[in-house]
Design a protein around this ligand. Structure first.
Ligand code: MN
Length: 254
């Protein structure tokens, strides 16, 4: 079994080291890391098209790329590795990727790039920033990878999972709950400052708080100490309103 690991926090982040350490000793498993050189949080599925990408080898064997998370997985799968991994895992991210976060997340973006190429993929994130109990999140990843292999889930149609882990010791984590995504309020107001040259600088501010954090959501499960697991899809079609739009467009045409 071959596993490719990437992330969005960069190849030196404690989260990707913990993920690698948790998976590298699994029996009959080969693990490779191809991750961004620098922090690429919130880069979603961005690809670098207007510049070349360079790949370097770090002392610990990780390869790092002068690009985005999706760049890393893209070039790994389309030339760099020379083989097709059975599974791609991304993370462990420094902070939650719940609800609307999944649209922006580079952690999810790296996993999604693999899924687009037909490979099963899992994005892992810790709820709080700062890496407290990151090894426990690594053990969650190890258990889940063991489980999908044992249940032969790597052999059928690909899937994409988004997993969020509360920052707790492993034996204080509650069982995995399968959740839908919650929703956040709109993001906070941008922060403005004056630059030393007298121009206004704009800083993107924090994500909004939870708006839909009801029963069944990732917000709800993780707040209660559970690991949340959400299967994701990438068809953005508004299926529920297809008929409505067909009628409206037909009236317009008439
Ligand atoms: Mn990140």
């Amino acid at each position: 079994m071959k596993i490719l690991i990437s992330n969005d926090d960069g190849f030196q982040a404690p989260g990707i080291v913990a993920l690698y350490d948790a998976l590298k000793d699994l029996p009959d498993v080969e693990v490779e890391v191809v991750a961004p050189e620098h922090n690429n949080s919130a880069k979603s599925n961005a690809l670098t098209l207007a510049a070349p990408l360079y790949v370097h080898l770090a002392h610990n064997g990780f390869r790092y790329v002068t690009g985005t998370p999706a760049d890393c997985v893209h070039i790994a799968l389309k030339g760099l590795l020379g083989y097709r991994p059975d599974l791609v895992v991304s993370g462990i991210n420094n902070g939650a990727n719940m609800g609307d976060d999944t649209i922006y997340s580079g952690t999810v973006g790296a996993a999604m790039e693999a899924y687009l190429f037909g490979i099963p993929a899992i994005a892992f994130s810790q709820i709080e920033k700062g890496w407290a109990h990151v090894d426990a999140a690594g053990q969650v990843a190890r258990r889940l990878v063991e489980q999908v292999r044992r249940e032969r889930m790597l052999e059928g149609a690909p899937w994409l999972l988004n997993v969020n882990v509360p920052n707790r010791p492993f034996d204080e984590l509650k069982p995995v709950r399968v959740c839908r995504l919650g929703r956040r309020h709109a993001a906070e107001k941008v922060i403005t400052q004056d630059s030393p040259r007298g121009e206004t600088m704009y800083w993107i501010a924090g994500a909004g708080g939870a708006k839909d954090s009801g029963e069944g959501t990732d917000f709800h499960a993780t707040a209660a100490g559970h690991v949340s697991l959400t299967p994701l899809q990438i068809d953005l079609t508004d299926h529920a309103n297809l008929v409505h739009w067909r009628d409206s467009v037909a009236r317009l045409a008439g």
